[in-house]
Design a protein around this ligand. Structure first.
Ligand code: PLP
Length: 392
């Protein structure tokens, strides 16, 4: 793996023909250290967000030992990590994947949101006596850019009944939820924990574990979340009010917040038409969220220093495939005289970028490098870290 001091240095040295996935493992490590220092429990990385060996290596090096996996391939991959604790947190699993997880990979921790799934887990593990079962409940999305509540989760009477049944099958019983990805304010967690409290009261069960899921935000242009430390404070406060055992074991499952700022994609402008730029990666590649959620990512010209007085302009981007939905509306603010042959760094694409990219139309193949400089936008600057430390 080649290392460069910056995207500009890479472009000057290589003039890359393919788009380049540029990792900054030090940024993922910094985010992981922040969570490990500030979250009062286990920090389980949501494997699906980005499973590049550079990211996993950086997170591991920073001390992450818990991983949230959702499929047999993910867990087989994660099972190669030494001393990893894996949690199979997909509420709908195939029977074979449950049996394999339990019997071949030593996984004890599973999530579920139905009595059918509970029955599957009990049967496929041979009614094991050492299960850690997390019941996934529905919570409303509050200020979340990617709501997740419609697909999984149980609520009300049915949730209380499932908790009671799961209690009988579990060595340790947990509750889990997901407030939705890129949640901008901590009240989503406060509200969710309030729902957990009501449910526990209603079901009258002893709860050993509480998993507040993922959803922690990253920084993107036009999306400035509340400080991460305020999320930690809301979680501590919410947990204190819960009718759970004093030594309840907490877990969180950040994906996006650990890796978003740790990768950029470096693309080349293949054509300019007015304020539209045709580039060599797009919605079928790393830029899925830019195309389909209209997210804006930070962009900068890296093939030359902008001329004095050049000014900037707002551009839209077209991806390389023949499909007209391969379009990223932006605005991506770049120097006004940008032209064919110029290279652009598009930052903070580390979460769900690489993970989603496919190779439709023969695109979607990348060179890879490591960069030593800082991410284009960071939530984990010295300020945030000092502020959180002051609040502890
Ligand atoms: C995707 C997912 C996560 C990670 O979510 P982020 O919004 O990236 O933090 C955590 N837990 C579960 C169960 C998930 O499906």
């Amino acid at each position: 793996m080649e290392r460069f001091p910056s995207a500009a240095a890479l472009v000057a040295a290589k003039q890359p023909e393919r788009p380049v996935l540029a990792s900054r493992p030090h940024a993922a490590a910094r985010a992981a250290r922040w969570f490990l220092q500030n979250f009062p429990g286990d920090v389980a990385y949501a494997y699906k967000a980005n499973s590049s060996v550079f990211m996993i290596g950086a997170l591991y090096g920073a001390g992450i030992r818990h991983f949230d996996v959702a499929s047999t391939p993910e867990l087989e991959d994660a099972a190669t990590i030494p001393n990893a604790h894996l949690h199979f947190m997909h509420p709908v699993k195939s029977r074979r994947s449950i049996a394999k997880a339990y019997h071949s990979h030593g996984i004890r921790s599973f999530s579920l949101d139905s009595e059918d799934e509970l029955q599957k887990i009990v049967t496929e593990t041979g009614a094991a006596s050492d299960l850690v079962l997390f019941v996934r409940i529905v919570v409303p999305p509050i200020n979340s850019a990617v709501p997740l509540e419609r697909k999984f989760g149980i609520s009300g009477e049915a949730a209380a009944r499932l908790l009671i049944k799961a209690r009988q099958a579990a060595d340790e019983l947990g509750i889990t939820f997901h407030v939705g990805s890129q949640t901008m304010t901590p009240d989503a967690y406060s509200h969710a924990l309030g729902e957990v409290g009501k449910l526990i009261g209603h079901a009258g069960v002893v709860v050993d574990r509480l998993d507040v899921g993922g959803g922690f935000p990253a920084l993107y242009p036009g999306m400035t979340p509340a400080p991460l430390s305020s999320f930690m404070a809301a979680i501590r406060e919410g947990v204190e009010k819960l009718p759970v055992r004093e030594d309840v074991r907490l877990m969180c499952e950040p994906g996006r917040a650990l890796v978003a700022e740790a990768e950029s994609v470096i693309v080349r402008v293949e054509a300019r038409r007015g304020t539209d730029l045709f580039i060599n990666d797009g919605g079928y590649g790393v830029l899925f969220d830019a195309a389909h959620l209209n997210w804006v990512f930070p962009a900068q010209l890296v093939s030359r220093v902008p001329a004095k007085g050049e000014g900037t302009e707002a551009f839209a981007l077209w991806g390389p495939t023949c499909d007209s939905i391969d379009f990223m509306k932006g605005p991506f603010v770049l120097p006004a005289n940008i032209k064919e042959g110029d290279y652009i760094e598009i930052g903070n694409v580390g979460a769900y970028g690489r993970a989603i990219a496919g190779d439709f139309n023969g695109y979607g193949r990348y060179d890879e490098v490591i960069l030593d400089d800082e991410p284009m936008m960071s939530l984990y600057g010295a300020d945030e870290i000092n502020r959180a430390a002051g609040q502890r």
